[in-house]
Design a protein around this ligand. Structure first.
Ligand code: FPP
Length: 253
């Protein structure tokens, strides 16, 4: 249940367990202010702190943040280096608060291809928060939905070859279990900031029934109030998962 939020109406309805965010618009935020792009990413990182703090305060169970995609390697080297330094900078100042707030850190994505300093900072955070039981903060780092599915298909093929899995027994739950999000609920909400309307290779399997929200706000300015507002909108939407609502489901004959 939500608590400690300005918007009391959030408390009265079921809350999402898992919100995933595509944090877009750092570059435009900087450009509008005649600042270098990396300054936009720096402000984006500061906003991650505000949003994570709020997510923990309202008792969200999972927050997944798209911090670096498999496609982001195509950016100029200096920007890539800066983006991959952000987790280190973030954790060097924020880890004590994450620990204090009972937040557990996790990552999805190809971890081994990240620079050593990023891996070190993130691994330390994962270890130090392993026993925490509050919000699970998932950084999608060097993550791509297609790469994740390719990895799952390869692992499934290997397990079939080795006789550990029967092809006929594969169902939706099997796929869930071979993904990097194993044991996590699918996100009920996916939010993308900055007025772009795409999933950009984010959680392709897991997004099957997610409610999608697109905000025009640039990520560094996306506020906790706007997050509360989108959660309220989510609570008002009707989720049918391909079925009918109760009223329309009454048999007509
Ligand atoms: C897209 O904006 C954003 C990214 C590629 C990086 C997102 C990363 C953060 C917000 C900070 C991450 C923080 C931690 C702690 C890991 P863009 O650069 O494409 O913006 P633009 O479309 O306006 O150019």
């Amino acid at each position: 249940m939500f608590k400690a939020t300005k918007d009391k109406s959030l408390i009265e309805r079921p809350v999402p367990e898992h919100i995933a965010m595509i944090m877009d618009g750092n570059g435009r935020y900087a450009k509008l202010r005649n600042l270098p792009r990396i300054k936009g990413h720096y402000e984006g990182m500061q906003n991650v702190k505000r949003i994570v703090r709020h997510a923990a305060d309202i008792n969200l169970k999972y927050l997944t943040l798209y911090a670096f995609s498999t496609e982001n390697w195509a950016r100029p080297k200096s920007e890539v280096n800066y983006l991959l330094k952000l987790p280190t900078d973030f954790l060097s100042t924020f880890l004590p608060e994450l620990i204090e707030k009972n937040v557990k850190v996790k990552t999805i994505g190809d971890f081994e291809a990240l620079p050593k300093h990023t891996r070190k900072a993130v691994s330390t955070a994962i270890d130090k928060t392993a026993e925490n039981t509050g919000l699970t903060l998932v950084f999608a780092l060097n993550y791509g939905g297609r790469d994740e599915l390719i990895g799952a298909v390869k692992d499934i093929a290997a397990d079939i070859s080795a006789g550990r899995l029967q092809a006929d027994n594969i169902d939706s739950k099997t796929i869930d279990d071979y993904l990097m999000t194993k044991n996590m609920p699918d996100p009920e909400m996916i939010i993308r900031t900055s007025g772009e309307y795409r999933l950009s290779n984010f959680l392709l399997w897991q997004a099957s029934y997610s409610e999608l929200f697109f905000s025009n706000t640039l990520w560094p300015e996306f506020s906790t109030d706007e997050l509360d507002d989108l959660i309220l909108q989510y609570q008002k939407r009707e989720r049918r998962f391909g079925g009918l609502n109760e009223e329309d489901a009454i048999d007509e004959d």
